[in-house]
Design a protein around this ligand. Structure first.
Ligand SMILES: Nc1ncnc2c1ncn2[C@@H]1O[C@H](COP(=O)(O)OP(=O)(O)OP(=O)(O)O)[C@@H](O)[C@H]1O
Ligand SMILES: CC(C)(CO)[C@@H](O)C(=O)[O-]
Ligand code: BAL
Length: 311
């Protein structure tokens, strides 16, 4: 497994591959966990070469967000990918052969100030999807994601790219981007890996310990409760959302405001229009975001997201 930190070095390798090669790319921001590894495993099952990108992308962070604190664990990340390779069956079509981990200067030659009004250069925006749900609270976010993914796709030249359902809006936006910009790339969405109690794995979970880690599970519990109402015949969106909302609110009241719901929403999967009634057989996204507030000095607010598909 070779690590490349410049576009030129990566390209020299990429263009040396036989034309029959298929490259599967797994974009990440590092601090790898079992969710990321499941994406790389899926990529190894259907490509001759798997490339993992590790790049903490400043453009998707607002100045008030946690860019500086975001966990950086490069050595452990590389070891986890080597461990994955060692665990793959001998007849697996591919394995992780390259890691592309560029510097910020390499990806943004003109620099990338976090204040959007100071940014200079080329940016990619998928409207109006990028303003919905996560985009309501993080207006800068999907412009940063769409821009960096366009750069990464262009550099890495994949046949297939792998993203997690945990960030479901990201997958909807990137599907649109690939189609609209005529990228000849297939998008694969891989199911959410969870901790034993149901909490969706996320690099940001390392910020949570003790009571905060215990209450964080309420987000997945609330979604599960709405899902089970739906499975028992309820299809009115208002009632399903109320059920989920009440569970998080009650948890907040019982724990001194430790958790606060941002949104819970039911949306169709193409344009993310809100639905009033869940039509069976269509597939509707039930998604939510919640803040876990600090309980002592030195802790920051942690924002968690999760979703389920109501089939
Ligand atoms: N629990 C998970 N299961 C499967 N895929 C996941 C999971 N968590 C993240 N991913 C996917 O891994 C890719 C890289 O995500 P990223 O590096 O931002 O990690 P993350 O855990 O989502 O971090 P963050 O805490 O910043 O949200 C994305 O496609 C994301 O959807
Ligand atoms: C796709 C991504 C790697 C772009 O920085 C990031 O948004 C993520 O990890 O989900
Ligand atoms: N996986 C989401 C990356 C972010 O929250 O910035």
């Amino acid at each position: 497994m070779q690590t490349y930190d410049t576009v030129a070095a990566y390209r020299a390798w990429r263009y040396s591959l036989p034309s029959t090669s298929t490259v599967g790319v797994v974009p990440t921001m590092g601090a790898l966990h079992a969710g990321h590894i499941s994406l790389a495993r899926a990529a190894a099952s259907e490509n001759t070469h798997v490339v993992v990108t590790i790049f903490l992308n400043p453009a998707q962070f607002a100045p008030t967000e946690d860019l500086a604190a975001y966990p950086k664990t490069m050595e452990k990340d590389l070891a986890a990918l080597e461990e994955l390779n060692a665990s793959l069956p001998p007849d697996a079509p591919g394995r992780v052969i390259a890691v592309f981990a560029p510097t910020v200067a390499e990806m943004y030659p003109l620099g990338i100030p976090l204040q959007r009004c100071e940014q200079v250069g080329t940016f990619v925006e998928v409207i109006p999807l990028s303003a919905k749900l996560e985009g309501g609270t993080r207006p800068h976010f999907f412009r940063g994601v769409a821009t960096v993914c366009t750069k990464l796709f262009n550099i890495t030249q994949p046949k297939r790219v792998y993203f997690g359902q945990k960030d479901v809006q990201q997958t909807v936006i990137l599907r649109r981007l690939l189609g609209d910009l005529h990228f000849d790339i297939q998008l694969r969405v891989i199911g959410t890996e969870r901790e034993k109690d149901g909490l969706a794995m996320s690099s940001r979970n390392v910020y949570l310990s003790g009571e905060r880690r215990q209450v964080a599970v309420v987000l997945s519990k609330a979604l599960k409760a709405a899902e089970s109402l739906y499975n028992n015949g309820e299809s009115d969106a208002g009632k399903l959302l109320d059920a989920a909302r009440r569970i998080v609110e009650k948890c907040g009241e019982e724990n001194g405001g430790m958790v606060k719901l941002d949104y819970v929403s039911l949306n169709e999967p193409e344009l993310l229009e809100e639905v009033e009634k869940v039509e069976r057989g269509r597939g509707v996204i039930l998604s939510a975001a919640m803040w876990v507030n600090p309980t002592r000095e030195g802790e920051g607010t942690v924002r968690l997201i999760d979703n389920l598909i109501l089939e």
